[in-house]
Design a protein around this ligand. Structure first.
Ligand SMILES: [Zn+2]
Length: 286
């Protein structure tokens, strides 16, 4: 080939490359879709093979697969939840069979991992508070005598625990009332007075006066003491006792909650304004 031919050849090739690049750029989506379509066809034709391959991969890379699943679930919580629910709904029979076949295994696992079992149960109770309460109530109603006996037995066996809890409560209260007595009283008065003695929830004005409620209950991790700063509400006895130790979001309606929380914050601001110099704990808690 003469040098001239060679350069012509090179120029042709260059032109073709350019043409191809332009074509790809203009038809990117179309070409991609074509590729995807081909891939789908290939998959369909080799379904069994691919399934086998995937199973093998999962079996040999167990940890890796678990990690990647966990990452996916964390990033796509709602999607993963829906998918799992769909699967469960469609495979009830399978699940029942599996459980029946592995009952013994499950028992063994539970016996070998009491710590994990406890943790899981605690987590379940924490996230399904209402459900657990309802189921307990149902059980107690259906097994009144048994429940009574069990409670009596528990109290007898845990007398020390109960006493210790009582002492802790007393000590906490004593510390609170001696160190912050004036502050606490002032704060309570403000909380009660925000709606002029009305229950923040139902609007009743009890003759005995409204009660002070820990908006986030202490039992469920709410702040305590006068450090309850920004955690107090005023409720009538009825509302307070039906709220019990429920979380605010579990007790109040969706429309109701923002109003109550605004009142909680407002009462606290009033209190801060009154004492002007917040106690260090309050500053921290605010
Ligand atoms: Zn009320």
């Amino acid at each position: 080939m003469s040098p001239k031919d060679a350069s012509e050849d090179e120029a042709r090739r260059e032109k073709k490359r350019e043409h191809n690049a332009k074509y790809y750029a203009a038809n990117r989506e179309k070409l991609r879709e074509k590729k995807r379509e081909k891939k789908r066809e290939r998959h369909a034709a080799n379904r069994e093979k691919l399934r086998e391959r995937a199973a093998k991969y999962r079996a040999t890379n167990y940890e890796k697969v678990r990690e990647s699943q966990a990452r996916y679930c964390a990033a796509n919580r709602e999607k993963a939840r829906l998918r799992a629910a769909r699967w469960r709904a469609a495979n009830g029979e399978k699940i029942r069979e599996y459980l029946a076949a592995n009952r013994e295994k499950k028992r063994e696992w539970r016996a070998a991992n009491p710590e994990k079992v406890r943790e899981r149960a605690a987590k379940y109770r924490a996230t399904n508070y209402e459900k657990v309460r309802e189921s307990q109530a149902r059980y107690c109603a259906a097994n009144r005598e048994k429940a009574r006996k069990r409670a009596a037995h528990y109290h007898a066996a845990n007398r020390d625990k109960k006493l210790a809890a009582k002492h802790r409560r007393r000590a906490r209260f004593a510390a609170l009332t001696t160190v912050h007595k004036k502050g606490a009283t002032a704060y309570y008065r403000i909380v009660r007075g925000v709606l002029d003695g009305q229950c923040w929830r139902c609007g009743k004005r009890p003759t005995r006066g409204v009660e002070i409620d820990h908006h986030h209950s202490i039992a469920r991790g709410g702040r305590d003491g006068i450090v309850d700063a920004c955690n107090l509400a005023a409720l009538c006895r009825g509302c307070n006792s039906s709220k019990n130790d429920r979380r605010p979001s579990e007790f109040y309606g969706k429309a109701e909650l923002p109003r109550i929380e605004a009142l909680v914050a407002f009462a606290y601001r009033c209190f801060l304004a009154k004492i002007r110099q917040p106690l260090p704990e309050m500053a921290r808690a605010a």
